[in-house]
Ligand binder design. Structure first.
Ligand SMILES: [Zn+2]
Length: 234
């Protein structure tokens, strides 16, 4: 170990002594090799293993709606769970590192799945610029960064854009909502997507309407293919 190295290790240990890193899930101290969430909590998060099965509940969600090659969610999301708390912190309490950390773990699993091997790049579901400005970040970006990191795939932002705010969706009926969702997203440079296999990423999938709308926009590019990965399935 070089002197510089040992000084920085010593410094980190020193900082840790006064500002110990805590697990975002159980608040216990983290070990040096743990990031954001402790090994024990990670182990107990409800994994789906959807990425091992082509016809899983998430891919079935898109049947008859839009052509998706493969779809997977890493965890199941249930109300009041420890995992819900993590997602809540990621979305509303500026705990951006949760998205990257869980995305990284998810990416390790996807890397070993044959379905996701030929992905060209990753595109996170964009927020409306106004909403992103208020929140300060897009949580789907963070999950995408984590995934890209372990899968060794580039993340592309700025090409798929959200044109309209959809906050008032709850007041609309189903048909209006569908029409609304279908004109929300646009691809700025479709040529760059031609013939590419794109992994579309979001934090949570519920009805699949947003992902469906994104996929429609991407699939307008000739020869483009879309697969989907979300951290959670609700
Ligand atoms: Zn923990």
């Amino acid at each position: 170990m070089s002197i510089k190295h040992s000084i920085s290790a010593w410094f980190n240990a020193f900082v840790n002594l006064f500002y110990p890193q805590l697990c975002e899930s159980c608040s216990n101290y983290l070990f040096k090799n743990e990031v954001c969430i402790c090994t024990r909590c990670l182990f107990h998060l409800p994994k789906t293993d959807f990425h091992l099965e082509k016809n899983n509940p998430v891919s079935i969600l898109f049947w008859g709606r839009v052509k998706i090659n493969y779809a997977a969610s890493y965890y199941t999301f249930s109300k009041g769970s420890q995992f819900q708390t993590l997602i809540h912190k990621l979305k509303y309490h500026n705990k951006q590192e949760i998205g990257i950390a869980l995305g990284r773990h998810f990416g390790e699993s996807l890397k070993n799945s044959n379905f996701f091997k030929d992905i060209d790049f990753i595109i996170p579901v964009p927020l409306h610029p106004k909403k992103e400005k208020i929140r300060g970040y897009n949580q789907a970006n963070l999950v995408a960064i984590g995934l890209g990191n372990s899968m060794q795939k580039p993340v592309e932002t700025g090409n798929l854009v959200r044109l309209v705010h959809t906050d008032s969706q709850t007041k609309k009926n189903k048909l209006e909502r569908w029409q609304n969702v279908d004109s929300i997203f646009q691809v700025i440079d479709p040529i760059s997507l031609q013939g590419k296999h794109i992994l579309l990423v979001d934090d949570v999938v519920t009805t699949g309407a947003t992902l469906e709308s994104c996929a429609h926009a991407i699939l307008k590019a000739e020869g483009a293919q879309v697969s989907i990965a979300t951290l959670a399935y609700a």
